[in-house]
Structures are given as C-alpha cells and as structure tokens.
Design a protein around this ligand. Structure first.
Ligand code: FES
Ligand code: FES
Length: 380
C-alpha cells in the first residue's frame, strides 16, 4: 500500500510516496537523487549507508521510510559549510584515510557523530564507535588518526562537542501506548509449534510455541506475575511496577555491541482465557537505538498430559544503530537462545528452585546461537 510521507532532508522538505517496505536509502538515492549515500551490504552490517536521522547515525538500508515520517535527515550532501566536517575531510585527506571512497560517506557521518558526542576521545573509544563501519581497502589506521587529529584541533580551539554522550545517559522515553494492536495473534502462534520469523508491514513478527512440563494452573501463576516472568528472562530486570505499568532494563552483549536497554510499558493478564499482553518501548543507554513492541501469549493445556503449551507472538521494531537486529537471521538465533534460557529458568521456578545465576546474556553463547541459526537458514 502506498503512503505519503514528509521528510526534511538537508533542510529541505520533501513529500514522498512509499510502500510499507521502502527503505530510506531507496528514498534518498532513487526518489531524491542523493546518491552520496552508498549501498554496500544492504543488510545493516557495513555502515556505508549511514545517515543522520533526528540526530542519530542510522543505517538507511534497513530503515523503513514509513517508520520515520516527519524525520529530519542529514546526508553526506548536507554537510557543505559545516566547520567540523570541513576539518574531518581535510584530515581524511592528510592521513590517507580513503582509497576507493566507497565507505567514506558513512565513515564521515560516523566521524562527525563521534566528534559531536565525545571531547578528546581516546583511540580505543574511536575504534569502538567506528566498529559498525567497515572499510575493505584502506585499513582503519588513517581514519582513526584523522579523527584524533580533528579532536585535538577542536580542543585547542576550545570547541566543545555539542552533544556529550554522558548527557544522553539515563534519559528514558516516557511510555505512550501505540497502535496497532494485533488481534488474536497468540491463538495463531499456539497452532504453529515450530514458529516463524517474518516481516509484516514495517514490523518484525516472531511466533513461537513452547511446552512446559507443569499443569496450566501453576504456569498461569507464573505468567500472570510480570515480576516473576522478568526474573526468568536472561539479562532482564523489573525496576518499578505500579499496577499495570512497569519500568525495566535488559542488558545484552554481542560482539562489539554492549547495550543496556531501559524502557517502560504496560502488562495485562486475563485469567478467563489465560492470555496476556505486554506493550513496551525503550532506548539503549547511549540513546542510539529505540525499540518498541507488543508481546502476546496464550496458555493452553496440552492434551491429557500435565504439560502446558505457551503460544507467543511478538511484534517489534528497532530503529537506530541496532536496527540490524530486525534481520531474520539475527532475530531467529537471538530468540532461540533467549527461549532456551527462559524455558530452563521457568522450569526451575515451577519446580520450586531458582533461576540460573548466569543471568546475563553472554557474548560467546549468544554469538554461537546466532551463527548456528544463520547456517541453518542458509542450508534450508
Ligand atoms: S549498506 Fe551496509 S549497512 Fe547499509
Ligand atoms: S576506502 Fe575503499 S572501502 Fe573504504
């Protein structure tokens, strides 16, 4: 279905017509002729397509244009006359920080963002912040030296970064319930034991069904208590609860990505049909990624056994630096890893024990789960 959007790109307002799955990169390059935004991998890995959306570096190849109606966007063409970008370009040239130049628009946008957020960044900080941008021909030494060079020029001139990263920390968006709600999705999930991961409009949808070896009454007691459920999710904790409203955190570590998401939401459980709905949204502690989602579940007795089936349907959107987690390969491995730990914790609690002390989502085990899922999907 075609939709009309308003986007402000490099200070100019544009009306564009897009479908649900038109990517921002396509709008920039094909609708607006801004071909300085390059496309490399087109799956959120290389960073060549990085542009600034509402002040945050964003991978335009995996950002649905439809999800950013009204946004302010800066592309590489929009930095003409920007005093910091002029210094960065000169430093890239001086330090031989490019050869073919394919990665350079994304490198320049990310470098500008680093210098916007950090005063005198160390080499380690620069390498960490640049780890989402890949260069296939130059190597990173010249790029890192160019950023160090500009940072010291700005320091000598007494120019402070406009957006210090520290100021962003601890800022949590307030929760406003969002549309749409997704009908009777959990009942459908319960009918698909192997589950699925798919795109639906600009949402990613995960469906899974799990069986817990405990009677429905006991499983319901656990699942109707959001604090008890949160305790079983690896890396998650509930920090506040007031009636149906809650605030919580989830910590993840995956390769160079170490993020702590904080957010808020609402939770409703209905004993009549043993269903629950959780609506939530949040941001990571660097303020670089936003996530929102709706999780629904339904419990049903499993035949004559004392097992209970739990059908889960999860609709979510991620925007910003971690948007590659919308990709089915990563989502599938991530979800299966979490489910395995979650089921094990639920079983422990329902059997009278406690959750595993290895409560954090670890780098190696999560990474291995994602790689296994990726290989499996390629073979199937
Ligand atoms: S083209 Fe590689 S991250 Fe977008
Ligand atoms: S300069 Fe060629 S890919 Fe980076």
């Amino acid at each position: 279905m075609n939709k009309n959007l308003t986007l402000t790109v490099n200070g100019e307002t544009h009306q564009v017509q897009v479908t649900d799955r038109t990517q921002l990169a396509e709008v920039l390059r094909d609708h607006l002729d801004l071909t300085g935004t390059h496309l490399g991998c087109e799956q959120g890995v290389c960073g060549a397509c990085t542009v600034i959306v509402d002040g945050k570096p964003t991978r335009s190849c995996i950002t649905f244009a439809n999800s950013i109606d009204g946004a302010q966007i800066e592309t590489i063409e929009g930095y003409a006359g920007d005093p910091v970008m002029i210094k960065i370009r000169e430093a890239f040239s001086r330090h031989h920080a490019l050869q073919c130049g394919f990665c350079t628009p994304g490198m320049l946008a990310t470098s500008h963002d680093i210098l916007n957020r950090f005063a005198s960044p160390s080499e380690a900080t620069i390498r960490h912040e640049l780890s989402g941008n890949l260069c296939r021909c130059t190597g990173y030494q010249g790029i890192v030296q160019a950023i160090i060079d500009v940072a010291s020029q700005l320091e000598m001139e007494g120019i402070a970064p406009p957006k210090l990263a520290q100021k962003k920390r601890g800022v949590r968006p307030s929760f406003t319930p969002f549309e749409p709600k997704f009908g009777n999705a959990p009942a459908q999930a319960a009918q698909h034991p192997r589950g699925s991961v798919r795109a639906e409009g600009n949402w990613t949808v995960v469906e899974r069904s799990i069986a817990l070896p405990h009677p429905l009454g006991n499983v319901w007691t656990l699942f109707s208590d959001i604090r008890a459920v949160a305790a079983c999710v690896p890396g998650a904790s509930l920090t506040e609860q007031d009636g149906s409203a809650f605030e919580g955190e989830v910590a993840i570590a995956f390769g160079p990505i170490k993020a702590k998401f904080g957010g808020s939401g609402t939770f409703e459980a209905n004993e009549t049909d043993h269903t629950g709905t959780l609506l939530g949204q949040g941001a990571d502690n660097g303020g670089q990624s936003n996530v929102k989602g709706e999780l629904r579940y339904v419990l049903t007795p499993n035949g004559t056994t004392c097992f209970t089936n739990v059908g889960v349907t999860f609709h979510f959107q991620i925007q910003g630096m971690l948007a590659q987690f919308n990709r089915p390969e990563l989502v599938t491995g991530f979800v299966d890893f979490l489910l395995e730990k979650f089921i094990s914790n639920c079983n422990a609690v329902l059997s009278g024990g406690t959750v595993s002390t290895s409560h954090k989502i670890g780098v190696i085990s999560l990474g291995w789960a994602v790689i296994k899922s990726f290989i499996k999907r390629r073979r199937s």
